[in-house]
Unconditional design. Structure first.
Length: 139
């Protein structure tokens, strides 16, 4: 399997991960009585941060969307790495291991803090990008 294809597969998984992450942000589910109370409080309890009133929900949505944007960006970056594999392999070599390392850290964070879907996506993304880095010959 060529490195370019591996990076493009990584890109597709990252874009799917981003879509799933964003859609999960707005899907409400029943968390049980105590969980629903916390969820409701996130929407209404105000906190002052640097002179502005916010709720925890503001931070939850803001950081959630920020992570989604980064998933989309890294998906585009992975696609571009795949496109550069045949033409400018030296550029890919410089970015291959740092890109993999970032994905590996995301996988560890998902494994320690989240549930099956993000774990599966992040492990697949890290594995494929690691294989691509190895095959591209990055040192």
């Amino acid at each position: 399997m060529k490195e370019a294809r591996l990076y493009k597969e990584t890109a597709i998984l990252l874009l799917q991960f981003g879509v799933g992450h964003t859609s999960g942000l707005y899907r409400h589910q029943d968390f049980g009585m105590e969980g629903n109370q916390v969820f409701d409080a996130m929407h209404v309890v105000p906190i002052q941060v640097m002179g502005r009133a916010h709720t925890f929900w503001d931070f939850y949505v803001g950081f959630g969307l920020l992570v989604s944007v980064l998933f989309f960006f890294t998906g585009v970056l992975a696609w571009q790495l795949g496109a550069l594999c045949d033409r400018q392999k030296e550029v890919v070599k410089v970015l291959a291991w740092p890109f993999f390392l970032c994905q590996a850290v995301v996988a560890v964070l998902c494994c320690t803090n989240f549930f099956l879907m993000p774990i599966a996506f992040s492990i697949a993304i890290a594995s494929i990008s690691g294989l691509a880095a190895y095959r591209v010959g990055a040192v």
